[in-house]
Design a protein around this ligand. Structure first.
Ligand code: URA
Length: 242
């Protein structure tokens, strides 16, 4: 059960006080009867809600997979620069959405956007070591010395990285698939940079066991299914590299 003003505010992406004003004007109905009390609780799964004659669909939390384009900030506030929440389609926008995790401005790929703080906390917690897989295009090939350093768990200054997986996606070894289990600042770029290699392009293709939907073009997004959501917390790593 959830308070009606909270549901209306969230579903219509309006403030709680604007939602209360609509309720007080008798414009919101539950199962055919106008609601007058802003504190009425409704069952979001079984009660039928309408506002000004339009059906309200509501879920407590939403989970959105976005194929983040380059040039967009992974934050809810961009201080003048476009953010991943700014570029959501209007029908998906709602209050309190934030990106669960960070990608650099020029990194593309799998970005999870939600309003479920507990879920985000779980998948971002360093203790949980959720694997994240990236494809990195490099300015020069990587060799076995680089691969060994990735795999044993390299040090970056006074920070210690957990063992990472690396494999080549091309003959020349200039395109690498890398899986890391932490979210250190610029982690992949710094890991390659330690070996004199510059990452020219970086794309996240997987979180946990869930792959970025290949049908999503850059800037596009869709809701996750309940089953897909579980995949994010699974730590199995499929290796499908050459
Ligand atoms: N590592 C990086 O260097 N950048 C990202 O955006 C993500 C991982």
């Amino acid at each position: 059960m959830e308070r009606i003003d909270k549901i209306i505010s969230s579903a219509l992406n309006i403030s709680r006080s604007d939602a209360r004003a609509l309720i007080k004007k008798g414009l919101v109905t539950v199962n055919g009867s106008a609601v007058r009390s802003i504190s009425q609780h409704v069952d979001e799964n079984s009660d039928e809600l309408f506002c000004r004659g339009e059906k309200i669909t509501y879920s407590k939390y939403v989970y959105i997979m976005m194929n983040k384009p380059a040039g967009v900030i992974s934050a809810s506030e961009g201080k003048g620069e476009p953010t991943v929440t700014d570029i959501l389609p209007d029908e998906m926008k709602r209050r309190n959405l934030f990106p669960a995790g960070r990608l650099d401005k020029n990194t593309t790929g799998f970005m999870l956007i939600t309003d479920d703080g507990d879920f985000a906390h779980r998948i971002l917690s360093p203790k949980n070591h959720i694997p994240k897989t990236y494809v990195a295009v490099l300015d020069k090939p990587f060799d076995s010395i680089v691969a060994e350093d990735f795999e044993k768990g390299m040090t970056l200054g006074d920070e210690v990285c957990m063992p990472a997986q690396i494999s080549a996606l091309d003959e020349e070894k200039r395109v690498a698939q890398v899986t890391i289990r932490q979210g250190m600042y610029h982690q992949i770029k710094r890991m390659f940079s330690k070996h004199g290699i510059t990452v020219e392009e970086l794309k996240r293709i997987k979180m946990g066991s869930l792959e970025l939907d290949k049908s999503l073009k850059e800037g596009e997004c869709r809701y996750l299914t309940a089953r897909e959501l579980e995949e994010i917390e699974k730590k199995i790593i499929a290796t499908n590299c050459i």
